[in-house]
Write a protein that binds this ligand. Structure first.
Ligand code: NAD
Ligand code: SF4
Length: 440
Protein backbone atom coordinates (compact mmCIF):
# COMPACT_ATOMS: atom_id res chain seq x y z
CA UNK A 1 0.00 0.00 0.00
CA UNK A 2 1.36 3.40 -0.93
CA UNK A 3 0.22 6.32 1.18
CA UNK A 4 0.93 9.65 -0.47
CA UNK A 5 3.42 11.93 1.17
CA UNK A 6 1.76 14.84 2.91
CA UNK A 7 2.63 17.98 1.00
CA UNK A 8 4.50 20.97 2.33
CA UNK A 9 1.83 23.41 3.39
CA UNK A 10 3.97 26.48 4.02
CA UNK A 11 2.09 29.72 3.30
CA UNK A 12 4.25 30.64 0.33
CA UNK A 13 3.22 27.41 -1.34
CA UNK A 14 -0.47 27.67 -0.68
CA UNK A 15 -2.86 30.50 -1.15
CA UNK A 16 -5.62 29.45 1.19
CA UNK A 17 -4.74 26.58 3.51
CA UNK A 18 -7.84 25.57 5.45
CA UNK A 19 -8.25 21.80 5.22
CA UNK A 20 -4.49 21.38 4.84
CA UNK A 21 -3.52 24.14 7.30
CA UNK A 22 -1.70 21.87 9.77
CA UNK A 23 -1.03 18.67 7.82
CA UNK A 24 2.70 18.91 8.54
CA UNK A 25 2.23 19.27 12.29
CA UNK A 26 3.20 16.39 14.57
CA UNK A 27 0.18 14.09 15.14
CA UNK A 28 -1.96 16.35 12.91
CA UNK A 29 -4.50 13.54 12.77
CA UNK A 30 -5.19 13.51 16.52
CA UNK A 31 -8.14 15.07 18.33
CA UNK A 32 -5.80 17.20 20.49
CA UNK A 33 -4.18 18.88 17.51
CA UNK A 34 -7.53 19.28 15.75
CA UNK A 35 -9.06 20.98 18.78
CA UNK A 36 -6.01 23.21 19.18
CA UNK A 37 -6.82 24.54 15.70
CA UNK A 38 -10.46 25.25 16.55
CA UNK A 39 -11.78 21.78 15.78
CA UNK A 40 -15.40 21.02 16.78
CA UNK A 41 -16.19 24.75 17.20
CA UNK A 42 -18.22 24.59 13.99
CA UNK A 43 -20.25 21.73 15.46
CA UNK A 44 -21.17 23.81 18.53
CA UNK A 45 -22.39 26.60 16.26
CA UNK A 46 -24.34 24.16 14.12
CA UNK A 47 -26.07 22.56 17.12
CA UNK A 48 -27.25 26.02 18.22
CA UNK A 49 -29.24 26.32 14.97
CA UNK A 50 -32.33 24.42 13.93
CA UNK A 51 -31.67 21.70 11.34
CA UNK A 52 -33.60 23.66 8.70
CA UNK A 53 -31.66 26.85 9.40
CA UNK A 54 -28.43 24.87 9.19
CA UNK A 55 -29.36 23.49 5.76
CA UNK A 56 -30.26 27.01 4.60
CA UNK A 57 -26.90 28.29 5.91
CA UNK A 58 -24.90 25.67 4.01
CA UNK A 59 -26.97 26.41 0.91
CA UNK A 60 -26.22 30.13 1.23
CA UNK A 61 -22.51 29.43 1.58
CA UNK A 62 -22.60 28.14 -1.99
CA UNK A 63 -20.62 24.97 -1.17
CA UNK A 64 -20.68 22.60 -4.14
CA UNK A 65 -19.86 18.89 -4.10
CA UNK A 66 -16.13 18.22 -4.37
CA UNK A 67 -16.45 14.67 -5.70
CA UNK A 68 -16.56 15.87 -9.30
CA UNK A 69 -20.08 16.88 -10.28
CA UNK A 70 -20.26 20.11 -8.21
CA UNK A 71 -23.88 19.58 -7.10
CA UNK A 72 -24.88 22.16 -4.39
CA UNK A 73 -24.36 20.44 -1.03
CA UNK A 74 -27.08 22.28 0.90
CA UNK A 75 -29.60 21.53 -1.83
CA UNK A 76 -28.75 17.82 -1.64
CA UNK A 77 -29.40 17.88 2.11
CA UNK A 78 -32.68 19.67 1.55
CA UNK A 79 -33.91 16.86 -0.73
CA UNK A 80 -34.16 14.51 2.24
CA UNK A 81 -37.88 14.26 3.02
CA UNK A 82 -38.77 15.05 6.62
CA UNK A 83 -41.48 13.42 8.71
CA UNK A 84 -41.52 10.38 6.42
CA UNK A 85 -41.03 7.96 9.30
CA UNK A 86 -38.04 6.30 7.58
CA UNK A 87 -34.45 6.31 8.79
CA UNK A 88 -32.19 8.75 6.94
CA UNK A 89 -28.56 7.99 6.19
CA UNK A 90 -25.44 9.93 5.38
CA UNK A 91 -22.91 8.00 3.32
CA UNK A 92 -19.51 9.58 2.74
CA UNK A 93 -17.91 8.58 -0.52
CA UNK A 94 -14.23 8.05 0.30
CA UNK A 95 -13.67 5.64 -2.59
CA UNK A 96 -11.37 8.08 -4.36
CA UNK A 97 -10.11 6.38 -7.54
CA UNK A 98 -10.31 8.77 -10.48
CA UNK A 99 -6.89 8.62 -12.23
CA UNK A 100 -4.71 11.47 -10.97
CA UNK A 101 -7.01 12.25 -8.04
CA UNK A 102 -5.25 12.31 -4.72
CA UNK A 103 -6.93 14.72 -2.28
CA UNK A 104 -9.42 12.84 -0.11
CA UNK A 105 -6.95 10.15 0.91
CA UNK A 106 -4.25 12.62 2.07
CA UNK A 107 -6.95 14.68 3.78
CA UNK A 108 -8.17 11.64 5.71
CA UNK A 109 -4.64 10.63 6.54
CA UNK A 110 -3.60 14.04 7.87
CA UNK A 111 -6.84 15.51 9.21
CA UNK A 112 -9.57 12.87 9.68
CA UNK A 113 -11.42 14.84 12.37
CA UNK A 114 -12.49 17.50 9.83
CA UNK A 115 -14.53 14.74 8.19
CA UNK A 116 -15.87 13.35 11.48
CA UNK A 117 -16.97 16.82 12.60
CA UNK A 118 -18.56 17.50 9.19
CA UNK A 119 -20.44 14.21 9.43
CA UNK A 120 -21.96 15.10 12.80
CA UNK A 121 -23.05 18.50 11.45
CA UNK A 122 -24.55 16.99 8.29
CA UNK A 123 -26.40 14.27 10.23
CA UNK A 124 -27.90 16.86 12.57
CA UNK A 125 -29.10 18.80 9.51
CA UNK A 126 -30.69 15.85 7.72
CA UNK A 127 -31.87 14.20 10.96
CA UNK A 128 -29.86 11.05 10.54
CA UNK A 129 -28.74 8.82 13.37
CA UNK A 130 -26.42 6.56 11.37
CA UNK A 131 -23.63 7.59 9.01
CA UNK A 132 -21.21 5.49 6.99
CA UNK A 133 -17.81 6.19 5.49
CA UNK A 134 -17.08 4.02 2.45
CA UNK A 135 -13.30 4.09 2.14
CA UNK A 136 -11.17 2.83 -0.71
CA UNK A 137 -10.02 -0.50 0.71
CA UNK A 138 -6.41 -0.48 -0.47
CA UNK A 139 -5.36 2.37 1.82
CA UNK A 140 -5.06 0.37 5.01
CA UNK A 141 -3.04 2.96 7.01
CA UNK A 142 -5.77 5.54 6.27
CA UNK A 143 -8.41 3.04 7.41
CA UNK A 144 -6.56 2.61 10.71
CA UNK A 145 -6.24 6.36 11.19
CA UNK A 146 -9.93 6.84 10.46
CA UNK A 147 -10.86 4.13 12.99
CA UNK A 148 -8.69 5.90 15.57
CA UNK A 149 -10.33 9.28 14.88
CA UNK A 150 -13.80 7.72 15.24
CA UNK A 151 -12.75 6.06 18.50
CA UNK A 152 -11.46 9.40 19.82
CA UNK A 153 -14.66 11.17 18.77
CA UNK A 154 -16.84 8.60 20.59
CA UNK A 155 -14.69 8.91 23.73
CA UNK A 156 -14.96 12.72 23.67
CA UNK A 157 -18.74 12.72 23.22
CA UNK A 158 -18.78 13.93 19.60
CA UNK A 159 -20.35 10.62 18.51
CA UNK A 160 -22.74 8.29 20.31
CA UNK A 161 -25.69 9.34 22.43
CA UNK A 162 -26.82 12.89 23.22
CA UNK A 163 -23.88 14.57 21.47
CA UNK A 164 -22.72 17.66 23.44
CA UNK A 165 -26.05 17.56 25.30
CA UNK A 166 -27.98 18.36 22.10
CA UNK A 167 -30.16 15.27 22.09
CA UNK A 168 -28.54 14.12 18.84
CA UNK A 169 -27.62 10.40 18.76
CA UNK A 170 -25.26 9.29 16.02
CA UNK A 171 -23.50 6.05 15.11
CA UNK A 172 -20.65 6.19 12.59
CA UNK A 173 -19.54 3.08 10.70
CA UNK A 174 -16.33 2.92 8.67
CA UNK A 175 -16.45 0.43 5.81
CA UNK A 176 -13.54 -0.54 3.54
CA UNK A 177 -14.34 -1.30 -0.10
CA UNK A 178 -12.61 -3.97 -2.13
CA UNK A 179 -10.87 -1.93 -4.81
CA UNK A 180 -13.32 -1.46 -7.68
CA UNK A 181 -13.38 1.94 -9.43
CA UNK A 182 -17.11 1.57 -10.13
CA UNK A 183 -17.87 1.50 -6.39
CA UNK A 184 -17.10 5.24 -6.38
CA UNK A 185 -20.30 5.70 -8.41
CA UNK A 186 -22.78 6.54 -5.68
CA UNK A 187 -25.40 3.88 -6.36
CA UNK A 188 -22.83 1.12 -6.97
CA UNK A 189 -21.31 2.19 -3.67
CA UNK A 190 -24.67 1.77 -1.94
CA UNK A 191 -25.11 -1.71 -3.43
CA UNK A 192 -21.63 -2.65 -2.30
CA UNK A 193 -22.31 -1.27 1.20
CA UNK A 194 -25.46 -3.40 1.35
CA UNK A 195 -23.32 -6.46 0.62
CA UNK A 196 -24.12 -6.85 -3.07
CA UNK A 197 -21.90 -6.74 -6.14
CA UNK A 198 -21.18 -3.07 -6.81
CA UNK A 199 -23.05 -2.07 -9.95
CA UNK A 200 -24.85 1.22 -10.63
CA UNK A 201 -28.60 1.47 -10.06
CA UNK A 202 -31.01 3.28 -12.33
CA UNK A 203 -31.42 6.98 -11.33
CA UNK A 204 -34.03 8.31 -10.62
CA UNK A 205 -34.83 7.49 -7.94
CA UNK A 206 -31.80 9.39 -6.67
CA UNK A 207 -30.34 8.28 -3.32
CA UNK A 208 -31.99 11.30 -1.67
CA UNK A 209 -35.31 9.53 -2.27
CA UNK A 210 -34.28 5.87 -2.23
CA UNK A 211 -30.71 5.20 -1.17
CA UNK A 212 -29.18 2.91 1.41
CA UNK A 213 -31.63 0.13 2.37
CA UNK A 214 -34.18 1.98 0.17
CA UNK A 215 -34.22 4.92 2.61
CA UNK A 216 -33.49 8.61 1.93
CA UNK A 217 -29.71 8.98 1.82
CA UNK A 218 -27.27 11.80 1.28
CA UNK A 219 -24.11 10.64 -0.50
CA UNK A 220 -21.37 13.27 -0.22
CA UNK A 221 -17.69 13.31 -1.06
CA UNK A 222 -15.09 13.47 1.77
CA UNK A 223 -13.85 16.96 0.89
CA UNK A 224 -17.42 18.34 0.67
CA UNK A 225 -18.28 17.21 4.19
CA UNK A 226 -14.86 18.08 5.61
CA UNK A 227 -15.32 21.66 4.34
CA UNK A 228 -18.51 22.21 6.33
CA UNK A 229 -16.99 22.75 9.83
CA UNK A 230 -14.79 25.62 8.56
CA UNK A 231 -17.84 27.25 6.96
CA UNK A 232 -19.73 27.10 10.27
CA UNK A 233 -16.72 28.27 12.27
CA UNK A 234 -15.69 31.17 10.01
CA UNK A 235 -19.03 32.03 8.46
CA UNK A 236 -20.60 31.70 5.03
CA UNK A 237 -19.42 35.20 4.01
CA UNK A 238 -15.82 34.23 4.71
CA UNK A 239 -16.31 31.16 2.48
CA UNK A 240 -17.93 33.26 -0.23
CA UNK A 241 -15.04 35.74 -0.11
CA UNK A 242 -12.96 33.08 -1.89
CA UNK A 243 -13.46 31.61 -5.33
CA UNK A 244 -16.03 32.90 -7.79
CA UNK A 245 -19.70 33.87 -7.56
CA UNK A 246 -21.06 30.48 -8.65
CA UNK A 247 -18.12 28.40 -7.40
CA UNK A 248 -17.17 29.92 -4.05
CA UNK A 249 -14.65 28.72 -1.50
CA UNK A 250 -11.35 26.90 -1.27
CA UNK A 251 -10.52 23.44 -2.55
CA UNK A 252 -7.79 20.83 -2.86
CA UNK A 253 -6.12 20.35 -6.24
CA UNK A 254 -4.02 17.27 -7.02
CA UNK A 255 -1.07 18.29 -9.19
CA UNK A 256 0.81 15.44 -10.85
CA UNK A 257 2.80 14.33 -13.87
CA UNK A 258 5.81 16.13 -15.34
CA UNK A 259 5.78 18.94 -12.79
CA UNK A 260 8.65 20.02 -10.58
CA UNK A 261 6.73 19.53 -7.36
CA UNK A 262 3.69 17.25 -7.49
CA UNK A 263 1.31 17.09 -4.56
CA UNK A 264 -1.85 18.53 -3.03
CA UNK A 265 -2.35 22.27 -3.29
CA UNK A 266 -5.15 24.09 -1.53
CA UNK A 267 -6.36 27.27 -3.19
CA UNK A 268 -9.58 29.08 -4.02
CA UNK A 269 -11.72 27.84 -6.87
CA UNK A 270 -11.09 29.90 -9.99
CA UNK A 271 -7.29 29.86 -9.74
CA UNK A 272 -5.61 28.94 -13.04
CA UNK A 273 -3.15 26.17 -13.81
CA UNK A 274 -0.61 28.85 -14.73
CA UNK A 275 -0.88 30.27 -11.19
CA UNK A 276 -0.66 26.84 -9.60
CA UNK A 277 2.43 25.99 -11.68
CA UNK A 278 3.99 29.34 -10.74
CA UNK A 279 3.37 28.54 -7.05
CA UNK A 280 4.70 25.02 -7.29
CA UNK A 281 7.85 25.42 -9.37
CA UNK A 282 6.39 24.81 -12.84
CA UNK A 283 6.99 21.94 -15.22
CA UNK A 284 10.10 19.79 -14.75
CA UNK A 285 13.24 21.68 -15.72
CA UNK A 286 13.81 22.15 -19.43
CA UNK A 287 10.36 20.94 -20.50
CA UNK A 288 7.08 22.55 -21.51
CA UNK A 289 3.45 21.65 -20.98
CA UNK A 290 1.85 19.71 -23.83
CA UNK A 291 -1.51 18.57 -22.47
CA UNK A 292 -3.28 18.26 -19.11
CA UNK A 293 -6.52 17.17 -17.51
CA UNK A 294 -8.53 19.58 -15.34
CA UNK A 295 -10.27 16.83 -13.39
CA UNK A 296 -8.73 13.44 -13.99
CA UNK A 297 -8.74 11.39 -17.17
CA UNK A 298 -12.57 11.35 -17.31
CA UNK A 299 -12.58 15.06 -18.17
CA UNK A 300 -11.68 16.21 -21.70
CA UNK A 301 -8.00 17.13 -21.89
CA UNK A 302 -6.67 20.65 -22.32
CA UNK A 303 -3.48 21.94 -23.96
CA UNK A 304 -1.09 24.80 -23.19
CA UNK A 305 -3.68 27.13 -24.77
CA UNK A 306 -5.84 26.60 -21.68
CA UNK A 307 -3.34 27.62 -19.00
CA UNK A 308 -5.42 30.67 -18.08
CA UNK A 309 -8.80 28.95 -17.83
CA UNK A 310 -10.26 29.64 -14.35
CA UNK A 311 -10.43 26.34 -12.49
CA UNK A 312 -14.05 26.57 -11.43
CA UNK A 313 -17.15 24.79 -12.75
CA UNK A 314 -18.16 27.61 -15.10
CA UNK A 315 -14.67 28.48 -16.40
CA UNK A 316 -13.65 24.92 -17.22
CA UNK A 317 -17.12 24.16 -18.59
CA UNK A 318 -17.03 27.17 -20.93
CA UNK A 319 -13.64 26.02 -22.25
CA UNK A 320 -15.11 22.64 -23.20
CA UNK A 321 -14.19 20.36 -20.31
CA UNK A 322 -15.29 19.69 -16.72
CA UNK A 323 -13.71 20.60 -13.40
CA UNK A 324 -14.33 17.07 -12.10
CA UNK A 325 -12.07 16.07 -9.23
CA UNK A 326 -9.55 18.88 -9.85
CA UNK A 327 -6.87 16.31 -10.67
CA UNK A 328 -4.41 18.33 -12.74
CA UNK A 329 -2.29 15.75 -14.55
CA UNK A 330 0.34 17.62 -16.57
CA UNK A 331 2.26 16.04 -19.45
CA UNK A 332 5.24 17.55 -21.25
CA UNK A 333 6.34 17.37 -24.86
CA UNK A 334 8.05 13.98 -24.38
CA UNK A 335 4.68 12.29 -23.85
CA UNK A 336 2.94 10.39 -26.61
CA UNK A 337 -0.76 11.27 -26.52
CA UNK A 338 -1.73 7.97 -28.14
CA UNK A 339 0.14 6.07 -25.46
CA UNK A 340 -1.43 8.10 -22.64
CA UNK A 341 -4.95 7.65 -24.03
CA UNK A 342 -4.34 3.93 -24.57
CA UNK A 343 -3.35 3.49 -20.91
CA UNK A 344 -6.41 5.41 -19.70
CA UNK A 345 -8.70 3.45 -21.97
CA UNK A 346 -7.22 0.16 -20.74
CA UNK A 347 -8.08 1.34 -17.25
CA UNK A 348 -11.73 2.05 -18.18
CA UNK A 349 -12.06 -1.27 -20.00
CA UNK A 350 -10.69 -3.07 -16.95
CA UNK A 351 -12.95 -1.19 -14.53
CA UNK A 352 -16.13 -1.34 -16.65
CA UNK A 353 -18.61 -3.28 -14.52
CA UNK A 354 -20.13 -4.92 -17.61
CA UNK A 355 -23.72 -4.00 -16.84
CA UNK A 356 -24.42 -2.13 -20.09
CA UNK A 357 -23.37 -3.00 -23.64
CA UNK A 358 -22.05 0.36 -24.94
CA UNK A 359 -19.45 0.61 -22.16
CA UNK A 360 -18.63 -3.10 -21.78
CA UNK A 361 -18.13 -3.73 -25.53
CA UNK A 362 -17.12 -0.20 -26.54
CA UNK A 363 -14.21 0.14 -24.12
CA UNK A 364 -12.94 -3.30 -25.27
CA UNK A 365 -12.96 -2.21 -28.93
CA UNK A 366 -11.37 1.14 -28.17
CA UNK A 367 -8.46 -0.66 -26.52
CA UNK A 368 -7.98 -2.98 -29.51
CA UNK A 369 -7.88 -0.05 -31.96
CA UNK A 370 -5.61 2.07 -29.77
CA UNK A 371 -3.14 -0.77 -29.20
CA UNK A 372 -2.96 -1.33 -32.96
CA UNK A 373 -2.36 2.36 -33.65
CA UNK A 374 0.27 2.58 -30.90
CA UNK A 375 2.07 -0.47 -32.33
CA UNK A 376 2.09 0.98 -35.88
CA UNK A 377 -0.55 -1.46 -37.16
CA UNK A 378 -3.36 1.08 -37.55
CA UNK A 379 -5.04 2.40 -40.70
CA UNK A 380 -6.47 5.88 -41.27
CA UNK A 381 -10.09 4.69 -41.07
CA UNK A 382 -9.37 3.59 -37.47
CA UNK A 383 -9.50 7.24 -36.41
CA UNK A 384 -13.11 7.65 -37.54
CA UNK A 385 -13.87 4.28 -35.98
CA UNK A 386 -12.43 5.46 -32.63
CA UNK A 387 -14.66 8.55 -32.75
CA UNK A 388 -17.65 6.47 -33.79
CA UNK A 389 -17.25 3.95 -30.95
CA UNK A 390 -16.71 6.76 -28.42
CA UNK A 391 -19.85 8.39 -29.76
CA UNK A 392 -21.78 5.17 -29.19
CA UNK A 393 -20.58 5.05 -25.57
CA UNK A 394 -20.99 8.72 -24.68
CA UNK A 395 -24.44 9.53 -23.32
CA UNK A 396 -25.65 6.02 -24.17
CA UNK A 397 -24.15 4.22 -21.19
CA UNK A 398 -25.77 3.47 -17.88
CA UNK A 399 -23.42 5.55 -15.71
CA UNK A 400 -20.72 8.24 -15.92
CA UNK A 401 -17.89 5.70 -16.37
CA UNK A 402 -18.86 5.29 -20.02
CA UNK A 403 -18.82 9.05 -20.66
CA UNK A 404 -15.48 9.28 -18.86
CA UNK A 405 -13.99 6.60 -21.14
CA UNK A 406 -15.16 8.45 -24.25
CA UNK A 407 -13.78 11.79 -23.05
CA UNK A 408 -10.02 11.34 -23.72
CA UNK A 409 -10.79 9.83 -27.14
CA UNK A 410 -12.78 12.89 -28.26
CA UNK A 411 -10.39 15.48 -26.87
CA UNK A 412 -7.19 13.78 -28.05
CA UNK A 413 -8.62 13.45 -31.57
CA UNK A 414 -9.64 17.10 -31.43
CA UNK A 415 -6.25 18.47 -30.37
CA UNK A 416 -3.78 15.81 -31.50
CA UNK A 417 -5.26 14.07 -34.55
CA UNK A 418 -1.98 14.65 -36.40
CA UNK A 419 -0.14 12.65 -33.78
CA UNK A 420 -2.48 9.68 -34.35
CA UNK A 421 -1.87 10.04 -38.10
CA UNK A 422 1.90 10.07 -37.54
CA UNK A 423 1.64 6.70 -35.77
CA UNK A 424 -0.22 5.32 -38.79
CA UNK A 425 1.91 6.78 -41.59
CA UNK A 426 5.17 6.21 -39.69
CA UNK A 427 4.13 2.64 -38.74
CA UNK A 428 4.81 3.22 -35.05
CA UNK A 429 5.31 5.63 -32.17
CA UNK A 430 7.53 8.63 -32.95
CA UNK A 431 8.27 9.18 -29.25
CA UNK A 432 10.98 7.66 -27.13
CA UNK A 433 9.20 6.23 -24.05
CA UNK A 434 12.50 6.26 -22.14
CA UNK A 435 12.43 10.07 -22.14
CA UNK A 436 9.02 10.28 -20.49
CA UNK A 437 8.74 9.43 -16.81
CA UNK A 438 4.95 9.59 -16.62
CA UNK A 439 4.37 6.03 -17.79
CA UNK A 440 7.52 4.36 -16.57
P1 NAD B 1 -24.42 13.64 -11.22
O1 NAD B 1 -24.29 15.01 -11.76
O2 NAD B 1 -25.37 12.71 -11.90
O3 NAD B 1 -24.91 13.70 -9.69
C1 NAD B 1 -24.23 14.48 -8.75
C2 NAD B 1 -24.91 14.34 -7.42
O4 NAD B 1 -26.13 15.07 -7.39
C3 NAD B 1 -25.31 12.92 -7.04
O5 NAD B 1 -25.09 12.73 -5.66
C4 NAD B 1 -26.78 12.83 -7.36
O6 NAD B 1 -27.47 11.91 -6.53
C5 NAD B 1 -27.23 14.24 -7.08
N1 NAD B 1 -28.36 14.62 -7.92
C6 NAD B 1 -28.28 15.00 -9.23
N2 NAD B 1 -29.52 15.30 -9.69
C7 NAD B 1 -30.39 15.09 -8.67
C8 NAD B 1 -31.79 15.21 -8.52
N3 NAD B 1 -32.57 15.61 -9.53
N4 NAD B 1 -32.34 14.90 -7.33
C9 NAD B 1 -31.56 14.50 -6.31
N5 NAD B 1 -30.21 14.37 -6.38
C10 NAD B 1 -29.64 14.66 -7.54
O7 NAD B 1 -22.96 13.04 -11.18
P2 NAD B 1 -22.48 11.55 -10.82
O8 NAD B 1 -22.79 10.63 -11.97
O9 NAD B 1 -23.01 11.16 -9.46
O10 NAD B 1 -20.92 11.72 -10.71
C11 NAD B 1 -20.14 12.04 -11.83
C12 NAD B 1 -18.91 12.75 -11.36
O11 NAD B 1 -18.12 11.89 -10.59
C13 NAD B 1 -18.02 13.26 -12.49
O12 NAD B 1 -18.12 14.65 -12.53
C14 NAD B 1 -16.63 12.82 -12.10
O13 NAD B 1 -15.74 13.91 -12.07
C15 NAD B 1 -16.79 12.28 -10.71
N6 NAD B 1 -15.90 11.14 -10.43
C16 NAD B 1 -15.19 11.21 -9.27
C17 NAD B 1 -14.31 10.18 -8.94
C18 NAD B 1 -13.48 10.27 -7.67
O14 NAD B 1 -12.56 9.46 -7.49
N7 NAD B 1 -13.76 11.23 -6.79
C19 NAD B 1 -14.21 9.06 -9.77
C20 NAD B 1 -14.97 9.04 -10.93
C21 NAD B 1 -15.82 10.07 -11.26
FE1 SF4 C 1 -21.09 -0.55 -15.86
FE2 SF4 C 1 -19.81 0.89 -17.75
FE3 SF4 C 1 -22.41 0.59 -17.90
FE4 SF4 C 1 -21.36 2.10 -15.92
S1 SF4 C 1 -21.29 2.56 -18.09
S2 SF4 C 1 -23.01 0.57 -15.74
S3 SF4 C 1 -19.45 0.95 -15.55
S4 SF4 C 1 -20.87 -1.08 -18.01
Amino acid sequence: TVVPEVKDTSPEKLLAPVLSAFWDEDRSWSLDVYRRHGGYEGLRKALAMSPDDLIAYVKESGLRGRGGAGFPTGMKWQFIPQGDGKPHYLVVNADESEPGTCKDIPLLFANPHSLVEGIVIACYAIRSSHAFIYLRGEVVPVLRRLHEAVREAYAAGYLGENILGSGLDLELTVHAGAGAYICGEETALLDSLEGRRGQPRLRPPFPAVEGLYACPTVVNNVESIASVPAILKNGKDWFRSMGSEKSPGFTLYSLSGHVASPGQYEAPLGITLRQLLDMSGGMRAGHRLKFWTPGGSSTPMFTDEHLDVPLDYEGVGAAGSMLGTKALQCFDETTCVVRAVTRWTEFYAHESCGKCTPCREGTYWLVQLLRDIEAGKGVMSDLDKLGDIADNINGKSFCALGDGAASPIFSSLKYFREEYEQHITGRGCPFDPAKSTAWA
